[in-house]
Design a protein around this ligand. Structure first.
Ligand code: HEM
Length: 195
């Protein structure tokens, strides 16, 4: 749904390193969050519903981050000055991620970009993409905790196109599973062998 490339967005970059997570690991993890074909179908519809509301969704999430100094700190200089350009560039990729979560096949390439996104939250790659003068990494515990706001706040957006309550609930559950699945994947570089 974009006409110009998003700076730093590398999902389709052939040079992207493979994920250490295998498709078999992924299948087991999907089973572990009860993610199945019905969820994939519900996400496809969710992608259509959310696609027209990306900026409004990002306003809510950025409002949440912006109103919590301990979170805004990760988009700020070590001295605590928010970096407008960094916030803006990540925002564009975050918008694309909403669509990708709903519409991309969860395959080898998707796994590779999952791994890249994970690294971008850690000491290994945070700040690199945008050459940001920000703090070096984000604690894993905040990624896990963020599953809740990213999930709870999506519901009204899923309901905005007038789908019936059962369909909204199916989309909501699928979204919750997809986000939980991704944060489980993103914990890999944090956990190392313990993963
Ligand atoms: C980057 C999602 C938790 C701060 C990103 C991106 C996405 C994302 C999609 C852009 C990836 C790309 O480059 O294409 C999420 C999700 C989270 C989560 C789904 C948990 C459910 C957090 C938390 C923070 C945070 C708790 C702390 C404030 C950042 C920062 C970047 C980023 C600073 C830019 C990293 C860089 O330098 O490349 N996140 N995030 N994220 N996120 Fe998160």
């Amino acid at each position: 749904s974009t006409t110009s490339p998003i700076p730093g967005y590398a999902h389709d970059d052939p040079a992207l390193a493979a994920s250490p997570v295998t498709l078999d690991d992924l299948a087991k993890l999907q089973a572990g969050v009860l993610f199945g074909p019905d969820d994939q179908a519900a996400l496809k519809i969710a992608g259509e519903v959310l696609g027209g509301q990306i900026e409004q969704i990002l306003d809510v999430w950025y409002g949440f981050v912006g109103s919590h100094p301990h979170l805004l700190a990760y988009f700020s200089t070590p001295a605590g000055e928010p970096i407008g350009e960094y916030l803006a560039r990540v925002r564009a990729r975050f918008g694309r991620w909403i669509i990708d979560t709903c519409t991309r096949p969860y395959d080898q390439r998707w796994l590779a970009y999952q791994h890249e996104i994970a690294l971008r939250h850690t000491r290994e790659k945070k700040n690199h993409t945008d050459r940001a003068d920000s703090v070096p990494d984000i604690p894993l515990r905040y990624l896990i905790a963020f599953i809740y706001p990213i999930t709870a706040t999506i519901r009204p957006f899923l309901a905005a196109d007038g789908h019936d309550e059962d369909q909204v609930e199916a989309m909501f559950q699928a979204w919750f599973k997809a986000v939980t699945l991704q944060i489980a994947l993103w914990s890999q570089p944090y956990a190392g062998p313990a993963w």
